[in-house]
Write a protein that binds this ligand. Structure first.
Ligand code: EPZ
Length: 466
């Protein structure tokens, strides 16, 4: 079992780039199934969720190849219409393939994705939208079968909530439907605009993506294209928070600062100095972070729910009491209990999390509860005194490309080990051998002082710089 091992209290300094957006690459890869040709998707992140999407495309009969950060999909020979249960379970957001499969094959079979660690994740908005576009739905024991023998027909659709996934499914399904679709109360996330840019490059006619009303005029067929995925604004935000919690000075390059709009005032209120240009953000953290009075997660352009857990980790060592309200998902505080084990003072009441800043955290053995909560525990480990050993690393690998390498490039003492127990034992034997080979007497001559390198000697927990 893999672990990530962090020895905290190292200041992060330097420059990084972030990978392409997971939440943009997934709907765009789904949309390639609609294209009767070859799509080249560049800046596609190397993540387990992207691998799952590639498996689904291959299962549908598409020819998929990957070199480094480019995924090439030839969907001209697509001959399937079913997402197998195992792949639905591997990645619940596979539901975003529904619109493409239905639009291309005129039928689609999938199982209800079920909930996940952060909530029930219903898909009622997706299902009713496909029916409004003319598909017939049969549901039986968790199995969903859509048929649209005459193809889909444009409709006026209003979402009761600006669901990102439902917006994506509707835009994809409507791209080759007959006639016009007018979608109101659409999600406005940048990933929606990126998806529309890809589809329009394939010959679709989508207007207004990124606003609350999107108009899609269906076209007969879509041709292949080459598209570069936008940078991952959630990863960029996460690394800025990691820099802030370590009193660091980091720059995140090749991003779109406007996509992080709601985070910047929060970082400023926490006492960070920020400089932005067209393609980068540089952060310089104070010796001691200030509390952030109130943060509410909202649909874009509000504060993103995916940054809530990493922010709460940073605020555990800020001066004063911070409050976060999670308005998007009903149980996205699973990381809070683990942060308390680091020594944080957090109380959760319904959707409200109250964080009372503490002088310092102490490293623990912990387990990632979900993707963003897992990185929150890494941020706590970066701030903590001593050693943090994180299990459940597979959650983090869904959404962050080689996080330990990125953090180490900024000066963090972090590494991924295959078997922590064995590594620790080997390390302690090495230290013991080193002590035996050249014992050193302490000043009072009473005992041998370990010569083990500092990272495995517990630091004095009274002093705290953070
Ligand atoms: C997307 O999930 C993202 N995932 C999530 O990122 C992100 O947190 C979320 O949007 C909100 O920004 C991908 O893009 C792959 P929603 P999605 O539909 O589309 C309710 C991450 O960490 N709802 O906007 O599933 C739902 O229960 C992930 O990268 C319905 O009630 O989110 C939730 O309360 C986590 N019925 C709210 O809407 C529906 O049919 C927002 O969900 C659909 C959603």
């Amino acid at each position: 079992m893999e672990n990530i091992v962090i020895h905290g209290q190292k200041r992060l300094n330097g420059e990084i780039e972030v990978h392409g957006s997971k939440n943009s690459a997934l709907p765009i890869l789904a949309a390639t199934a609609l294209v009767n040709g070859v799509s080249e998707i560049h800046n596609c992140p190397r993540l387990s969720d992207v691998e799952a999407a590639i498996k689904i495309l291959a299962h549908l009969g598409c020819r998929v190849s990957r070199t480094d950060h480019t995924v090439t999909v030839d969907a001209s020979g697509m001959n399937g219409c079913e997402i197998p249960d195992a792949l639905m379970r591997e990645m619940r957001s596979s539901v975003v393939f529904l619109g493409a499969i239905l639009g291309r094959a005129k039928e689609a079979k999938l199982s209800t994705p079920g909930g996940c660690e952060i909530g029930l994740r219903p898909i009622d908005l997706h299902l009713s939208a496909m029916e409004q576009l003319g598909a017939m739905l049969k549901e039986d024991a968790g199995k969903l079968q859509f048929t649209a023998p005459d193809g889909l027909t444009g409709a006026r659709i209003t979402l009761t909530f600006p669901s990102v996934g439902a917006t994506e499914n509707i835009i994809i399904a409507a791209a080759t439907a007959k006639g016009r679709t007018v979608l109101t109360n659409a999600a406005r996330e940048p990933e929606i605009s990126d998806l529309a840019d890809f589809l329009n490059a394939c010959g679709a006619r989508i207007h207004g993506a990124g606003d609350s009303t999107v108009v899609i005029d269906g076209v007969e067929t879509l041709h292949g294209t080459s598209h570069t995925v936008i940078p991952d604004r959630i990863a960029a935000s996460t690394y800025l928070l990691a820099g802030a919690v370590t009193q660091g000075r980091i720059c995140v390059r090749d991003i779109i600062p406007a996509h992080l709009g709601a985070l910047l005032p929060v970082l400023k209120e926490a006492g960070c100095d920020l400089r932005c240009s067209g393609r980068w953000i540089c952060l310089s953290a104070p010796p001691r972070l200030h509390r952030v009075k109130m943060t509410r997660t909202m649909p874009y352009p509000g504060f993103p729910t995916d940054v809530q857990a990493p922010l709460s980790a940073m605020l555990t060592v800020a001066d004063g009491t911070s409050v976060i309200v999670e308005n998007i998902f009903e149980s996205r505080y699973k990381h809070a209990g683990e942060l308390v084990r680091f020594g944080a003072k957090i109380s959760v009441e319904g959707r409200t999390e109250v964080i009372e800043g503490v002088p310092y955290l102490t490293g623990v053995h912990t387990t990632a509860p979900d993707l963003r909560g897992g990185f929150a525990l890494m941020i706590a480990g970066l701030a903590a005194h001593g050693e943090t050993v994180l299990s459940g690393v597979e959650h983090i690998d869904r959404g962050y490309e080689a996080p330990e390498a990125v953090l180490a490039s900024l000066g963090a003492d972090v590494k991924r080990v295959q078997d922590y127990g064995r590594e620790k034992q080997a390390y302690e034997q090495k230290c013991e051998q080193a002590d035996n080979d050249n014992p050193t007497e302490s000043a009072d001559g009473k005992h041998t002082v370990s010569t083990a390198p500092p990272e495995y000697i517990e630091t004095d927990n009274t002093a705290h710089g953070a």
